[in-house]
Write a protein that binds this ligand. Structure first.
Ligand code: GDP
Ligand code: MG
Length: 725
């Protein structure tokens, strides 16, 4: 005979004891849990060839050790490891009772649902799509009426089958807790895993959650077993606490509860229909959601919002951006005046100021965009966007959980593919995860944005918001199409169910929005001052060395000497002016020749025959190659390239103007460059992270595949645009 050990658990008054009694009949005894006077009821029954032992756990609302009942329930689960938890819920109050269910799922213990009080469900006119609920929760559910014993056979049979199927294996569910809590959870889980703290009993993310929720029992154990680690974790959580208070005016544990309820809200939206509304009063969130996530109005509003966001960004950003550009131009002039001509001046003016300055010049626009994004995120609307996109994603072979990685990667503008690719960890199915990792880098991340802003500003001044909007939509369409192709060829496989957390709406605080905006902006500035600066200097060197060989250099020196001689011997102002102009022209051809002769210049020219198909000249080629290191480098390299071999002889104008004046650049080139930059190889750091999250093979695949795809589309767009424009 097989032995199975089940634990009945649930909120008080869910009918747990009634169910336990009808199942175990007279085979039960009552004792106390060791140490405390909470009833421990045990019983048993026989089904076919199975002896089923059952323990009736004390009623509890959560698995955080806030009360003795909760502590005891948890201890039974981790110490005695029952084969299965039968979670008894009052099916007329699912939105409250599923809160505990979520926590069993997060802990990972095998669990199934007894949807009790089905008689009340029917009489109240509630319809529960049990099939859908099982699918979304990933566990079986059986309807019961404990008072009459209806459904108890089916319950036991399902329990025995599922216990056999899971065979005691724990599979924790990962829920997202939003952009503030998730990274901390990730970080703490990593620390716990590395230190092997409490690992034999609990999943690392779960322990991290309990630490954040302030679970005394877990923290106590952590402090005893690993005092130093525990101290570090508590410090990290303290920072998170202060951050949440400052930005969202709430505690992390409240946020966590919000997201759990958000998960339940979304779950019930799909599987429960209330035909006779129980109360006429819907809460505020439901009211707002009935408009914002409406089948038709929802997506339309979403698109309108996106467009408005870009429009506002450009309108408000115009003046401050003008100012920063002027500031860097003045700075360059100042340095040119102070430092003597030569290598150092060239390094600082062309390499650093025109390079990094070009990237920093976009800070005002980026700040405005980030304010809007912070508002969307803090208000809870961002989660709704993901919710609405779920269906579309599914039909392209992705998963609802792929939406967040896309958004984090810059799907609404201004993200980064590095955390985006890492966010794909929440996907359980390896195939959907891989498809997400491979397509998330197509999003318009914060580093590609300045390239777009530059080109749109130079060539599409009239339609800036519309262009940004089209680029964003284009990125999504391409990502989805590529995902579809990958999922029906090299990574074919089933799609898995999904529930997106829908936390309640809250009015963001000004301070909160500003802090979130500043965190992102500071990341951008920091990167410009470190990585981009370093790469800019390297690329400047590549564009400066090797200098012209002695013979060519001498020719320039001789030519200059001759001009200076004749300048001294002429007297008429008109002639003098002519010679001065010739001198400048000479300087210009000198620096242009040096640039063309440099290592980078030669590489750029070598590729020109191929890249001219897409309209890219050798300067653009250098910038695009540099962009693989970090996408911001595209702007900084163009800045340096146009600064070193100045095409316009006498000016210190902005890169935007320089590009506008270059005959090699026009609208067709701009479109082609935008498409190429949007889609080509992920930057270096992203490639490394992709390799870590999947494999080097797939990372290299992305490098080659994306670049090829980007180039083909850029060529097509360029040739097409030449015909039309
Ligand atoms: P526990 O706190 O979870 O152990 O819940 P109990 O078993 O004590 O039940 C709480 C109340 O719900 C009792 O009054 C039961 O009679 C009632 N109850 C239990 N199951 C059902 C059911 O399926 N339908 C209805 N209508 N009432 C039930
Ligand atoms: Mg009871």
């Amino acid at each position: 005979m097989n032995k199975r050990y089940l634990a009945f658990a649930g909120n008080p008054n869910s009918g747990k004891t009634t169910l336990f009694n009808t199942i175990t009949g007279s085979h039960q005894h009552v004792g106390n849990y060791p140490g405390i006077t909470v009833d421990r009821k045990e019983g048993s029954t026989i089904l076919d060839n199975n002896k089923i032992d059952i323990v009736d756990l004390p009623g509890c609302y959560s698995l955080t050790a806030y009360t003795q009942e909760e502590l005891v329930s948890r201890q039974v689960l981790v110490e005695e490891r029952p084969d299965l938890v039968v979670n008894v819920v009052d099916a007329t109050k699912l939105e409250r009772h599923l809160y505990l269910t979520i926590q069993f799922l997060e802990l990972g213990v095998p669990v199934m649902l007894a949807l009790n009080m089905m008689d009340d469900v029917r009489s109240k006119g509630i319809q529960i799509n049990i099939e859908q609920l099982q699918q979304d929760l990933g566990c079986p559910a059986v309807g019961t009426v404990a008072r009459t014993g209806a459904g108890k056979e089916e319950l036991l049979r399902t329990a025995v089958d599922f216990a056999a199927k899971r065979n005691g294996v724990w599979q924790p569910l990962t829920i997202s807790y939003g952009p503030d809590v998730d990274p901390v959870l990730e970080c703490l889980s990593g620390m716990l895993e590395e230190a092997q703290l409490l690992q034999e009993k609990y999943p690392p993310r779960w322990v991290a959650l309990k630490y954040i929720e302030g679970d005394d029992s877990i923290i106590e154990q952590g402090r005893t077993l690993a005092p130093e680690l525990s101290r570090q974790m508590e410090a990290r959580i303290q920072t998170l606490r202060e951050h949440c208070l400052k930005t969202l005016n709430t505690f992390p544990e409240a946020l966590i509860a919000d997201y759990r309820y958000g998960f339940i809200t979304a779950l019930l939206k799909k599987s429960v229909v209330v035909t006779q509304p129980q109360s006429a009063r819907l809460d505020l969130t439901d009211n707002i959601d009935s408009v914002l996530t409406h089948r038709v109005a929802g997506p339309a509003l979403m698109l309108a919002l996106l467009y408005t966001m870009f429009h506002v960004t450009f309108t408000l950003g115009e003046y401050p951006m003008e100012l920063t550009h002027r500031f860097f131009a003045l700075l360059a002039d100042g340095v040119t005046a102070i430092l003597p001509d030569g290598m150092l001046q060239s390094l600082i003016v062309s390499g650093v100021i025109d390079g990094v300055g070009g990237v920093l010049g976009f800070v005002p626009l980026i700040m405005i965009m980030f304010i809007i994004i912070a508002f969307l995120e803090d208000s809870g609307y961002m989660a709704r966007m993901a919710y609405m996109l779920d269906k579309i994603f599914r039909s392209f072979g992705l998963h609802g959980s792929s939406v967040m990685p896309f958004i984090i990667s810059g799907g609404i503008a201004g993200g980064c593919a590095v955390p985006g690719v890492m966010a794909a960890r929440t996907l359980r199915s390896p195939k959907e995860k891989l498809a997400t990792i491979l397509t998330a880098p197509f999003m318009p991340c914060g580093a590609k944005i300045p390239v777009f802003l530059l080109l749109i500003g130079a060539f599409f001044t009239e339609h800036r918001a519309a262009m940004m909007f089209s680029i964003t939509l284009g990125a999504w369409v391409m990502a989805l199409l590529v995902a579809r192709i990958l999922r029906s060829t090299i990574i074919r496989g089933e799609s898995t169910p999904f529930v997106m957390e829908l936390p309640p709406y809250r009015l963001p605080t000004l301070q909160g929005v500003l802090i979130h905006m500043w965190e992102r902006t500071w990341e951008y500035i920091k990167k410009a001052g470190t990585v981009v600066l370093a790469i800019s200097v390297l690329i400047w060197a590549g564009m400066t060395f090797p200098g012209l060989d002695a013979e060519q250099e001498e020719q320039f020196v001789a030519a200059r000497f001759q001009l200076e001689q004749s300048l001294n011997s002429t007297t008429t102002p008109a002639q003098q002016e002519q010679i001065l102009a010739a001198l400048k022209e000479l300087e210009h051809s000198h620096s242009l020749a040096t640039l063309k002769h440099s290592a980078a210049g030669r590489l750029g020219q070598m590729l020109e025959p191929l890249t001219s198909l897409a309209g890219f000249n050798w300067r653009t080629n250098i910038a695009l190659i540099g962009g693989v290191a970090a996408k911001e480098v595209i702007v900084s390299t163009l800045g340096t390239a146009y600064s070193l071999g100045e095409t316009d002889v006498d000016d210190s104008s902005s890169l935007m103007t320089r590009i506008q004046k270059d005959p090699d650049w026009n609208r067709a080139t701009a479109i082609s460059a935008i498409i190429f930059v949007l889609l080509y190889a992920p930057c270096f750091v992203t490639i490394v992270v992709m390799a870590r999250e999947s494999s080097w093979g797939w990372a290299m695949f992305a490098l080659v595949f994306n670049t090829t795809l980007a180039f083909i589309l850029a060529c097509a767009a360029y040739q097409g645009a030449l015909l039309v424009l």
